[in-house]
Each structure stands twice: as structure tokens, then as C-alpha cells.
Design a protein around this ligand. Sequence first.
Ligand SMILES: [Zn+2]
Ligand SMILES: [Zn+2]
Length: 179
Amino acid sequence: MRLDLTALLEGRASSQEWDFTYTPDADGPLLPDDIRLTEPIAAHVAVTAHYGYLALTADASCVYETECARCLDVVSRTLTVHAERIIETDAASGGGTQRDADYEDNLLTMENGTADAQDCLTEEILLNLPMYHLCREDCPGLCPRCGKKRAEGGCTCDAKKEIDPRLAILQKLLEKPEE
Ligand SMILES: [Zn+2]
Ligand SMILES: [Zn+2]
């Protein structure tokens, strides 16, 4: 959703707030395939007018499902993020002043008096998503031999100490004394 900033730009309001929901689409940054939103991302955005620029603060809550990296069980999580951006409204301010990279990163472009807060929120979600998810910190994962979930006790491999016949041959070779 594009925010209509005209009231702020024309001095009819000094601050404005928006609440909206969105689902990232191909027009902007997308979430990884294994992150499935269970509901649209809920966003709250506030913009305040200053001399020569608008200050935007945005918060979003992202409710999603993904798989446990060890046992592949479904994991449900909520991630909340916060973003702050500057929208320059005075064309002259873009001139000779030296800007550092941080400042550039925090700039949001305005087009025809509107700005898009979705993409910066999605970027913030991407930055804050964990590298992987676990259903619980000590998830024992799947048995590499039978593929059953170790947490459910369905696997008795350790108890039986069965050896795959193909591996048994290897084991014999390894046990063979060197000549
Ligand atoms: Zn797990
Ligand atoms: Zn097993």
C-alpha cells in the first residue's frame, strides 16, 4: 500500500498514522519459500513532518509457519520488526551535502507525494528471520537409519544395534587385520 503524504507535504497535518495489512508480492522483496505466512503481515506506520523531510517509523508483525530444521515438524512463529526511514521533501537538500552509507540506507523515496512502507518492512523481516528454526531447543531430530522422529520414541535402532547388511560388509573389511 502506498501512503498518501499530501496532507503532510501541504502542511495540513504534522503527523499521520496508518494501519494496514499486506502480503509481499513480486513487486518487492519476497520472503523465503519455506516461510509461509499464516495471515497477512500487520503494519503500523507513523509519519511526522519536519523541515525538509518526513520521518517515518514502521512496525510490523509477521505470523508464519516453517519446518523444524531437525525433525521437519511444523513450527509456528511471530516476528515483530521496527523500521525507521527518512523521506526527503526538500529537493535542494539532496545537493552538495556529504552523506554516509547509513543515511542513504535509511532514505525512502517519494513518488507523486506517496511512499511505500511495505518494502522496508519486508526487508527488515528478512534481516531478522532466524537462519533456521527448531521446534524446541533440544529437538533430537530424525534417526538417520530409520527416519523416525527420535522424540516420539518410535525408533528402536539404538536398542537393536542392527547393522545394515551393506554396512556389515564394510565393517568386515575394516576389521580385517592388516598384513
Ligand atoms: Zn524438531
Ligand atoms: Zn531409528
